[in-house]
Design a protein around this ligand. Structure first.
Ligand code: GMT
Length: 373
């Protein structure tokens, strides 16, 4: 098949999924055309059957805002016609599905549009009436729609009052990259002693990620267990979090690592992941953690309970409840056998339920189904 892919190419779970999907589809012999504003950051090596079409923006002084969406739609239409795409798979309803639908109208070659919902387009933009109609239009006009969790399907249907069939295709990780390595040296280099437990949080430090609760939970854990917290990522809340860490006197025990590329190296020295978001359609970092044998504690919001198996691969806590989160963590850290069992369970769950091969096959089947329609 000839498949076009559009996503946000910068750091973020949706960009990672779109790029890894493109790479795996290419490995299976498909021809992949990325149509994006810049080279997807995970497209790190040359593939003979992956092509990159950059959406170029001219600078027109008459426009107050550069018309990126229109430039994208035009580029999509050009690529559909030049490359005779069978499918254009877009990640995010707004603006990508809208642009794809416009491109399909403009193009002469017939193409099918597949839209994947990742969460923010529904849970953030969907509640804003400015975009509601447009998101609904993007979803209903797509030839097929997928979402990354059952919860996201329910939320989408509920919010947009649509009866469109939305299939759940879970996220996956690249198993060649996410596995536990022996990284004792790295732990030592960070100044963490062998007997200290390592708690990790990875996010883009947006408000919804509630990194403040991560720090407060860790503060309670640390009062009982010799431990360190790794904070990985950067974003709008970063400086408030630095202040909070300072205020709680945690400077020596919280390591701010900023944005990092080699996440699996950091997960390989970690014992527990915390993700206490207020909104989260899936939580790709949980899957990355589990693949590296790291159990997780997450909130009972969005798709998180579909990723963490409560009392097996980690724990689900009430949103905002740091007492519950820290109690679970302390109990787990005080029972080495249980920690080891959870770590094994997490790994097995990641490699079975979310096996990349199985997920990519689900997408491939969907493409064949829409082409046949
Ligand atoms: O969470 C973010 O801020 C980034 C966003 C993205 O576009 O990558 O994440 C969304 O998509 C991910 C990949 O499907 C999911 O794992 C995240 O849960 C989802 N974020 C939210 O729903 C808030």
């Amino acid at each position: 098949m000839k498949i076009g892919i559009t996503c946000y190419p910068t750091v973020g779970g949706s960009g990672v999924i779109a790029t890894e999907l493109g790479k795996m589809l290419a490995e299976k012999g498909n021809e992949i055309h990325f149509i994006t504003s810049s080279l997807p950051f995970r497209l790190d090596k040359v593939y003979p059957n992956i092509f990159y079409h950059e959406v170029e923006m001219g600078h027109y002084p008459v426009f107050q805002y550069p018309p990126y969406d229109l430039a994208l739609a035009t580029k999509m239409a050009d690529v559909i016609d030049q490359e005779k795409l069978d499918v254009l798979h877009v990640h995010y309803a707004v603006p990508h599905a809208i642009c794809a639908i416009l491109a399909k109208e403009m193009a002469e070659h017939d193409v099918k549009i597949v839209t994947t919902l990742h969460g923010t387009d529904i849970t953030v933009l969907g509640v804003d009436n400015t975009f509601k109609k447009m998101i609904k239009y993007g979803i209903e006009q797509s030839d097929a729609v997928t979402a990354v969790s059952n919860n996201l399907v329910e939320q989408t249907k509920d919010m947009l009052k649509t009866t469109k069939d939305i299939s759940v295709i879970y996220n996956f990780i690249n198993e060649q990259e996410y596995y536990r390595k022996d990284n004792k040296m790295l732990k030592r280099e960070f100044g963490i002693s062998a007997d200290e437990k390592v708690v990790i949080h990875i996010s883009n430090f947006r408000k919804v990620k509630r990194v403040d609760l991560i720090v407060k939970t860790f503060n309670r854990i640390r009062s009982k267990v010799n431990s360190k917290l790794l904070l990985v990522g950067d974003g709008p809340e970063y400086s408030d979090i630095v202040q909070l860490v300072h205020k709680l006197g945690l400077n020596d025990d919280v390591l701010f690592l900023g944005k990092q590329n080699n996440i699996s190296d950091l997960l390989s020295i970690s014992d527990l992941m915390l993700l206490l978001s207020e909104k989260e359609s899936f939580g790709l970092v949980l899957l990355e953690a589990m693949a590296c044998k790291v159990p997780c504690i997450g909130t009972n919001v969005g798709g998180i309970p579909e990723v963490i198996k409560h009392e097996e691969t980690g724990f689900i806590v009430k949103s905002g409840n740091i007492e519950q989160a820290s109690n679970y963590a302390i109990k787990l850290f005080e029972d080495d056998k249980k920690l080891e069992q959870f770590s094994k369970n997490a790994y097995n769950h990641a490699k079975t339920t979310f096996k990349s091969e199985q997920i990519v096959n689900q997408y491939t089947k969907l493409y064949f189904d829409v082409i046949k329609k």
